[in-house]
Design a protein around this ligand. Structure first.
Ligand code: SAM
Length: 226
């Protein structure tokens, strides 16, 4: 690992991705059927479309199938680049958004001095992607986003509100590990890595069974401080 990566703090971390990509490889195109609620992603991408000029470069971290976000951004005339750990998700994104540039890679690969250099971006999206990382890595991923953005660049992310760290959950026939924060702590982590939160929204979805609490999805729309 390079010195700059060590400076970012990855140097002392063991990255454990066991099972994470495999779960999404297995889910494949059933993912969009299983998670039909995309209002927050669509509204956040609309914010980017309103705010950026045509031809802007936008990175979709943990792009999944490319639907709806990469597709929406490509149709708006942006140069769209997507990154996802799952080969199957990257293949689906290629099919769904033929004009996008998609890479099978880890968010950590984009760190300063890391193995994948995609250049700079006017905006970055990370919808339900950083929740796939242990908490110790989330500030590092946010610093990576900060590094990838031009000064004043835009960043929009979503997380599920939950006070958990690297917590195993059943997920459409597989098991994945997820992390989260309560809302105030999420704001603090994002602001501490050099972002101004300019808009926020949340959505509550009742689960199919009554014995599980509703899922609260938080969407933050942010600007990189210079
Ligand atoms: C919950 S899905 C969200 C997909 C899409 N952003 C959406 O909102 O529909 C999380 C995605 O992140 C990808 N992922 C998980 N860990 C990752 C990592 N370390 N680096 C890059 N992508 C990752 C998964 O393969 C999956 O496609």
């Amino acid at each position: 690992m390079s010195n700059s990566a060590d400076k970012l703090g990855y140097g002392s971390l063991q990255l454990d991705r066991t099972g994470q990509a495999e779960a999404f490889d297995a889910i494949g195109d059933r993912y969009d059927e299983a998670f039909p609620h995309k209002e927050g992603q669509v509204a956040s991408a609309e914010w980017l479309i309103r705010s950026l000029s045509a031809g802007s470069r936008v990175l979709d971290l943990g792009c999944g199938t490319g639907v709806p976000t990469a597709q929406q951004l490509a149709e708006a005339g942006f140069e769209v680049v997507g990154v996802d750990l799952s080969d199957r998700m990257v293949a689906l994104a290629h099919e769904n958004v033929p004009t996008g540039g998609f890479h099978q890679a880890d968010i950590a690969d984009l760190r300063p001095g890391g193995p994948l250099d995609l250049g700079g971006f006017d905006a970055v999206t990370a919808f339900f992607a950083l929740l796939m990382l242990p908490r110790a890595e989330i500030p590092l991923a946010l610093e990576t986003v900060h590094h990838l953005l031009v000064p004043g660049g835009l960043f929009t992310l979503s997380m599920v509100e939950a006070d958990v760290d690297d917590f195993s959950i059943p997920f459409i026939g597989s098991t994945i590990r997820v992390s989260g924060y309560l809302r105030e702590e999420l704001r603090e982590v994002v602001e501490a890595t050099g972002f101004e939160i300019v808009e926020e929204s949340s959505y509550t979805y009742a689960p199919a069974t009554a014995d599980v609490p509703p899922e609260v999805q938080i969407f933050l729309r942010c600007r990189r401080r210079a």
